[in-house]
Design a binder for this molecule. Structure first.
Ligand code: HEC
Length: 188
């Protein structure tokens, strides 16, 4: 399927599921169409999914909820297609577009214009990646001698890692709580 028809399908999916945006719950096994077929979530005892719960509430200060990065219509992850659409609909101001971990690097970037934001959030927009920085542990049996990071952030005391929102073991970003600058959820 071409990118263009995928885009149309996503628009259709958004239109089709428009009532959900205003709804307080998602019917069980609600079929979200996507390029590969359709996505459904099963909740035990055949209950609807409560969209007012903490998962969908903005709990921090930067406007994000868990649902910013874990979308029912995207198999509880995020996808570049949906992110591009979200970027276009919000001019890149949706809370997922935040520099603490949504941008390719968190300094020497310009997020004051749409064009600047499109560049600053390139890895998120084009690959669906979130940046997670982990300090090189005191006990590391290696030294980082040099960092050549094409996106900036070439700091040898922090390891920059990029994750998508489902395909990495949940423990990976938070398994060193004291050394983790942004532990997974991305709130400032
Ligand atoms: C800024 C985006 C972002 C936000 C906000 C976010 N997550 Fe995640 N989530 C990720 C990324 C990226 C991963 C994969 C990296 C990892 O394992 O840490 C992930 C992984 C997970 C996983 C593991 C999924 C798997 O299949 O292994 C769970 C569970 C999860 N998140 C729950 C939550 C909850 C609960 C919240 C709200 C408190 C939340 N997330 C908020 C980006 C986010």
């Amino acid at each position: 399927m071409t990118g263009n028809s995928t885009h149309k399908l996503i628009l259709l999916a958004l239109a089709f599921s428009g009532f959900i945006a205003n709804s307080e719950s998602l019917p069980n096994l609600y079929p979200f169409p996507d390029a590969a077929g359709q996505l459904e979530t099963y909740k035990i005892r055949n209950q609807p999914i409560d969209l007012t719960g903490p998962f969908f509430q903005s709990l921090g200060t930067n406007g994000r909820s868990c649902g910013s990065c874990h979308r029912p219509a995207q198999g509880w992850s995020i996808s570049p297609h949906e992110l591009k659409l979200r970027f276009d609909l919000t001019q890149g101001l949706d809370p997922i577009f935040r520099a603490n971990d949504g941008s390719n690097c968190d300094h020497n970037i310009d997020t004051s214009t749409v064009q600047g934001r499109r560049k600053a959030y390139g890895l998120l927009l084009n690959k669906g990646l979130i940046r997670i920085e982990i300090r090189v542990p005191e006990t590391a049996e290696f030294d980082v001698m040099n960092v050549a990071n094409p996106y900036g952030c070439s700091d040898s005391s922090w390891l920059q890692r990029f994750f998508d929102a489902v395909h990495v073991p949940a423990s990976s970003a938070c398994d060193q709580p004291t050394g983790t600058k942004h532990c997974h959820v991305g709130w400032t």
